[in-house]
Design a protein around this ligand. Structure first.
Ligand code: NAP
Length: 267
């Protein structure tokens, strides 16, 4: 993971501060991921329901990138047997272990203790180095912790200047849970926002780069998705400039609890 900084999880393990999302990265998954690996993308996010695991596995194998140099995140669904799904995810990816396994979303009526227990077992057996959650509210995370004493390392949630939550940020700070930011580019819906465009111009960068950098500088971990090579190149080209504190405050002020997916499930 040369060049891209790492951050420490509450287990002591390290995770890159930035990665590639792969939802709907199905046009040529293996080819796109191979190109991303060549550019130095240090982390890939997938899920059992994205259909991208086999292509990611092929790209990793072909790339010659050492297993220790690429960080893989995947997920189990709320109706799964989490332990069994972990094993089938590994088969699809062609890997012995993943770095991070998440519960994709909480089940409809509860925190998903059974799912969590399945992931704890998978972790104890070395199938996942770390485990975490996605789309969880603070209350639901509390429930998991109370029943298991196992604190998730990550809550993967929709997170951008246009949609974030101070309460979630404070909670995650206290529990040393990293916020992994999905749809960090608002699925492009807010890239033309005039206030964002003005800040991007000031730094001679694009709106997408400002959104990615806003996350990284505040300790959130963005996983933008890009099919197009020029987007892949642009999204990783964010490690040679710094948004000022004042502009970070302006960007934080754009919060309107916006969600590209419909609603923020944690807010
Ligand atoms: N845990 C969950 O429930 C959950 C939910 C949603 C997403 N996720 C994860 O988060 C990842 C990212 O979220 P997302 O895919 O929803 O949305 P996103 O990353 O906010 O946006 C993706 C869109 O942005 C475009 N794009 C990428 N780079 C760009 C650039 N530099 N300039 C202009 N446009 C650019 C992409 O275009 P092209 O593809 O044409 O290049 C694509 O249309 C997903 O792929 C998935 O891995 C997780």
């Amino acid at each position: 993971m040369a060049g891209i900084p790492l951050l420490k999880l509450n287990t002591g393990n390290m995770m890159p501060v930035f990665g590639l999302g792969t939802w709907q990265l199905t046009r040529d998954t293996a080819g796109t991921v191979a190109y991303a690996l060549k550019l130095g993308y240090p982390m890939i996010d997938t899920s059992s329901d994205y259909g991208t695991q086999p292509g990611i596995g092929r790209a990793i194998k072909k790339s010659g990138v050492g297993r220790g140099s690429i960080y893989i995140v995947t997920k189990v669904e709320e109706t799964d047997d989490a332990y069994a799904r972990t094993k089938s995810n590994l088969r699809e990816l062609g890997l012995e272990y993943v770095d991070l396994m998440l519960i994709h979303r909480p089940p409809f009526t509860a925190a998903g203790q059974e799912l969590w227990d399945g992931l704890i077992q998978a972790k104890h057996e070395g199938l996942a180095r770390d485990i975490g959650v996605s789309n969880y509210s603070t209350g639901l995370i509390d429930e998991l912790i109370a029943a298991s004493d196992e604190v998730p390392v990550v809550n993967q949630i929709e997170w951008s200047p246009f949609g974030h939550s101070e309460e979630m940020e404070k909670y995650c700070d206290e529990k040393e849970i990293i916020i992994q930011a999905y749809s960090p580019l608002t699925r492009t819906n807010r890239l033309e926002d005039e206030r964002l465009v003005q800040i991007a111009k000031k730094y001679n960068r694009t709106s997408a780069q400002i959104l990615i950098r806003w996350n990284i500088q505040q300790g959130y971990v963005p996983i933008p998705k890009a099919n197009q090579r020029k987007h892949l190149e642009e999204d990783i080209d964010v490690f040679d400039f710094e948004i000022s504190k004042r502009d970070l405050i302006v960007l934080n002020g754009l919060n309107e609890r916006y969600s590209a997916l419909g609603s923020l499930p944690y807010a």
